[in-house]
Design a protein around this ligand. Structure first.
Ligand SMILES: Nc1ncnc2c1ncn2[C@@H]1O[C@H](COP(=O)(O)OP(=O)(O)OP(=O)(O)O)[C@@H](O)[C@H]1O
Length: 231
């Protein structure tokens, strides 16, 4: 694990406009995440965890402050530059998998590669390798509704890693799963972190999931707690 900083937030604030009201969600957040970290983000419902994750992943923009990912200030990028940046730098894992129901597992995993210059054959072989990595080599032609929740989340993990991004963001990745499937997904995230060196930021309500992260921060009333390190 290197000590280099992967993500740096500097005086980040985010508020939403609701009618003529401004609702502050994050007030003044500054912290660094090092390359190869596995960070858990916890906090009460509505505290802004998903908002913070979306800012780091370039899905949303801060109202003020800077967000540097691998030294690049993503808060200054325009919509289309940000979309291109996301496609090659961030893998996403969501609570409800967000797979396309009309595409099979292989086609779902191929989707993020559509924005790259790979040939059809290269896309296919990358997607097959990613599905094999999550143990679904024998389910590639299954549609999401033919897969269990845990299997769907594994397809989503394959989709998140197929572009080989350095950063993975996971928003409640075990929130819809039974305990056994949740454990398998957490094992997989752990492998991505320890074996492939991915930096992972995971929002979770689940104490058991949070314990798998190497460190946890709590978000409350727009502010972030100091780092709680796990053994
Ligand atoms: N697009 C939006 N427009 C207006 N308000 C929003 C928007 N997105 C989020 N909010 C508000 O910002 C606050 C934080 O939401 P966020 O989803 O980040 O919280 P959270 O901690 O992830 O919650 P949960 O644990 O329930 O998922 C909430 O009060 C929410 O209603």
């Amino acid at each position: 694990m290197s000590d280099a900083v992967a993500v740096s937030l500097i005086n980040v604030a985010k508020s939403y406009q609701r009618g003529d009201q401004i609702v502050p969600v994050l007030t003044d957040i500054s912290f660094d995440i090092k390359h190869g970290d596995f960070l858990g983000l916890m906090g009460p419902s509505g505290s802004g965890k998903s908002t913070l994750l979306n800012l780091i992943a370039g899905i949303d923009k801060p109202t003020s402050g800077q967000i540097l990912v691998n030294g690049q200030d993503i808060s200054t990028l325009g919509e289309s530059a940000l979309a291109t940046w996301r496609a090659s730098n961030v893998g996403f894992i969501f609570q409800f998998y967000n797979l396309m129901p009309v595409l099979n597992a292989l086609e779902n995993v191929e989707l993020p590669l559509m924005l790259t210059g790979l040939t059809t054959r290269e896309r296919r072989s990358h997607a097959e390798a990613a599905l094999a990595m999550v143990g679904l080599a024998d389910r590639m032609h299954h549609y999401p509704n033919e897969l269990s929740g845990g299997q769907q989340q594994r397809v989503a993990i394959a989709r998140a890693i197929v572009t080989d991004p350095a950063l993975i963001v996971a928003d409640e990745p075990t929130g819809d799963l039974d305990r056994k499937s949740a454990g398998e997904i957490l094992d997989m995230l752990d492998q991505l972190n320890t074996q492939l060196g991915k930096t992972i930021i995971m929002v979770t309500h689940d104490q058991r999931a949070a314990e798998r992260a190497h460190a946890v921060r709590h978000l409350e009333k727009g502010e972030l707690s100091s780092l709680e390190l796990h053994d």
